[in-house]
Design a protein around this ligand. Structure first.
Ligand code: PNS
Length: 185
């Protein structure tokens, strides 16, 4: 059974990402979530924060591991003997970017196959970018320091963050959150 890698920025992880990870964990014996350490972007969450968030949210799925990487994805995959890249596609608009990445990765290593998976329909409009945008604007409207946003959010622990994503994912049932091992307070 090939090892699957689900790469991304995950700034932050969304319920849409989680949905793909869970689907992937049913298909593969080993799933590596690979977080890109992208120096070029200015992320909201640090790499350790993002790793911890993913690890906590996938703690109930034993065949899922969380890693970070820099450099090329194909090099990370070669080091871990992984041959399948998994990417989620929400809408046609995602396709062009994904096609380019998949073909570039194939060019770099012909043994690497990319498979595309669809998240549950209720997550098709969810993106890390939109969640960040709405949350930062809310923080400003409430008179909080936007610069301290991620920190204060983190201080209120992951449950707070999952409540945030729940707002946008119609995923607010406490049963769902407790199923994911997340304190629903
Ligand atoms: O969540 P994202 O930002 O859409 O994920 C993009 C990611 C991390 C999958 C992509 O940028 C990537 O694989 N970067 C590593 C650099 C690389 O291998 N580039 C060549 C293939 S596009």
């Amino acid at each position: 059974m090939p090892v699957a890698v689900y790469p991304g920025s995950f700034d932050p992880l969304t319920n849409g990402h989680l949905d793909i990870i869970r689907r992937c964990a049913h298909l593969f014996d080993r799933v590596m979530v690979a977080l890109l350490e992208n120096e070029g972007k200015s992320p909201l969450f640090t790499i350790p924060e993002r790793i911890e968030l993913i690890a906590r949210c996938t703690a109930d799925t034993p065949n899922v591991e969380v890693h970070s990487f820099s450099g090329l994805l194909v090099d990370f995959m070669r080091r871990h003997n992984a041959t399948v890249v998994v990417r989620g596609i929400r809408a046609v608009s995602d396709y062009e970017y994904e096609l380019q990445m998949a073909l570039m990765n194939r060019e770099l290593n012909p043994e690497v196959e990319t498979i595309f998976m669809l998240p549950a329909v209720e997550y098709t409009y969810v993106s890390s970018r939109l969640i960040k945008e709405v949350f930062v604007r809310r923080q400003k409207a409430e008179g909080r320091n936007p610069g301290g946003r991620a920190r204060s959010l983190w201080d209120r622990r992951i449950s707070a963050f999952c409540l945030l994503t729940s707002d946008f994912c119609l995923f607010s049932r406490s049963a769902d959150r407790s199923h994911r091992g997340i304190d629903p307070r």
